[in-house]
Every structure is written in C-alpha cells, then in structure tokens.
Design a protein around this ligand. Structure first.
Ligand SMILES: Cc1cc2nc3c(=O)[nH]c(=O)nc-3n(C[C@H](O)[C@H](O)[C@H](O)COP(=O)(O)OP(=O)(O)OC[C@H]3O[C@@H](n4cnc5c(N)ncnc54)[C@H](O)[C@@H]3O)c2cc1C
Length: 276
C-alpha cells in the first residue's frame, strides 16, 4: 500500500492526473470498513485528503450553501444557519452511523461511495444539490439527480475530485426526512425518504429502494397534478414506476414498497388537502 499526502488541492489534482488508480481518502469510514477482508485494497495507492485544507470548510454565499469536498456531517450539525435553512441536512447527518462516524464521514464520501442506502444523498438531492468536480483539466458541475447512471456508476472520472457540493438557497414550505432502520443509530437504512416543495415544485427522493438513491418522478407528478389520494396504496401506481426494491437481509421488496407509500402518505396528509 502507498499513501500520498498532498498539502494543496493543486498537488492532489496533479497526482490524480498522473495516477488514475489513486483512490481519494477522506474520512475513510467507507473505504476502511472492508480493509480486513479485501486484500486487493492493500495494494492500492491512497490519496489522503486530510492535508488539503481548501476542501474542509463549508461557506454561505448569497445564492448557495457550498459544502467542501471534506466537509463532514458534524460540520453541518454544528451550524445553526443550516438548521434553519436546510433542516433535512441536519436530520440526515444525525442518523448517519453515530457521532464518531458523523465527525469523520463526509458528504462527498457518501456521494462517491454511491450506496443505494446512503442517507446524506436523499437530503442533498431533495434540495437540488449540484456536485462540483475538478481535475487539472478544469471544473465541471453535475446536478446530483443526474450524477448516478446505475449501481455504483457515476459521472466522475478517476482524475476528478469532488471539490464542493453546491446547494441553492430557496424557500421551502414542505420539508420531510425519514429513515426507517432497525434502530435509531448505527443502522443501515431499510427505506428512506426526503421530500421538499419549493417554487420549483416537488422533489421526492427515496433510498434503499433502487440500485441508486433516486428521485420518484411519477410520485412528484401525482403531487404536482394534485391527484387525490385517500390511503397509502394510492401511491402504489406511481411507486411501481419509480422504484425497483429487492429482497435482502434487511427487508423484502414488498415491505419496502409498503413502508415507502405509508411514509409519503402520512407525512403529506396534513400538508396537502388532496391527500385525505
Ligand atoms: C459504523 C459505520 C456506520 C455507518 N452508518 C452510515 C449510515 O447510517 N448512513 C450512511 O449513509 N452511511 C453510513 N456509513 C458509511 C459512511 O460513513 C458514509 O458513507 C460517509 O459519508 C463516507 O464518507 P468518508 O469521508 O468516510 O468516505 P471515504 O471512506 O473516505 O471514501 C468513500 C468513497 O468516496 C471517495 N471520495 C471521498 N472523498 C472524495 C472526494 N472529495 N472526491 C472524490 N472522491 C472522494 C473515496 O475514494 C471512496 O470511494 C457508516 C460507516 C460506518 C463505518
């Protein structure tokens, strides 16, 4: 194994430009979990980002909250402005693992690890987050809801780092985050949901029900069109088109569909007069 420790973003990008196999390492809370059993991981070159201070801070501009490529969940939990403007980020951060993981794990790591069960991604996607990628060739922005092409497939070249995650500041009148797991901490999500409504319309995002965290476009369309719904089953038709859950050790596909429909129904019943 070799570990390279750049001190600046320029150095880090220079290393990635020469060695596409170098693996960026932020908090290490995903990468190092499999360390004892994945022997091929021992042969890799790791690009330790802990010395790249440019990536650490999150900042507020007039238009956006900008998370750095190394901003952790805990950085956001501790920001009262984030609690006011983006409460779903704080809610999501508080259910990632437990405090030890929240202080090391990063939003960028959660995106690139690309687990269908990732808890940070639904909240970011519901807020219309944009992934900012950089290489020595320049910068590129990709909306998070177009970042994934399939299971663990994404719009990131090996020479690119996530240097920021840009979250536009908007007013929301509906904001929902739910995680269903076997307990409140240290649990992988069985079914998760984030919903927002802004002047751009509805965003309904689910995790652990498809190969990637996904927007539920058919359900969003039902909400935009105010299709009357009088029970959780009323969302089945939309969900059939949006999700493709599987049976695994944590739950069954059927359980996931039923629970997701109930979450959407009971969360929105009070907020929308066409959901009764
Ligand atoms: C005990 C435990 C509990 C957990 N619980 C949860 C949970 O409840 N919910 C949840 O969603 N996750 C959970 N996780 C997973 C993990 O903590 C998160 O996914 C975390 O956000 C990963 O961030 P990291 O900085 O540690 O990533 P790392 O492990 O450093 O990296 C993860 C991936 O991202 C890449 N990467 C990292 N930073 C960058 C960058 N800036 N640019 C490009 N690529 C990058 C790495 O190369 C790697 O492929 C848990 C992990 C553990 C060990």
């Amino acid at each position: 194994m070799s570990v390279l420790s750049p001190g600046t973003l320029g150095e880090a990008l220079g290393i990635l430009a020469k060695d596409h196999a170098a693996t960026p390492l932020s908090g290490g809370t995903d990468l190092l979990v499999h360390w004892p059993v994945r022997l091929e991981a021992h042969e890799r070159t790791y690009l330790d980002l802990s010395g790249v201070n440019e990536l650490k801070a999150h900042t507020w501009t007039k238009r956006d909250l900008v998370l750095g490529g190394r901003t952790t969940y805990w950085d956001i939990v501790g920001d009262s402005q984030a609690a006011r403007e983006f409460p779903l980020l704080v809610a999501a951060a508080r259910v990632v693992g437990a405090i030890q993981i929240q202080t090391r794990g990063t939003w960028a790591g959660n995106i690139v690890n690309a687990s269908p069960a990732a808890d940070g991604v639904p909240a970011l996607m519901a807020y219309g987050a944009v992934v900012v990628l950089e290489s020595t060739a320049g910068r590129e922005e990709v909306p998070l809801d177009r970042f994934y092409q399939g299971y663990k497939k994404m719009s990131r070249r090996p020479d690119q780092l996530i240097v920021a995650i840009r979250i536009p500041r908007r007013s929301y009148d509906v904001q929902v985050f739910q995680k269903v797991g076997s307990r409140r901490a240290q649990a992988i999500t069985k079914v998760g949901l984030a919903i927002t409504r802004s002047d751009l319309g509805w965003r309904v995002v689910a995790n652990s029900v498809a190969p990637t965290v996904c927007r539920c476009h058919a359900v969003e369309h039902m909400l935009e069109s105010k299709v009357p719904v009088s029970s959780p089953d009323g969302f089945f038709q939309g969900l059939e088109r949006d999700i493709s859950p599987i049976d695994d050790i944590r739950s069954t596909a059927e359980y996931r569909k039923i629970v997701l429909s109930r979450l959407i129904y009971f969360e929105l019943r009070g907020a929308c007069d066409w959901i009764t």
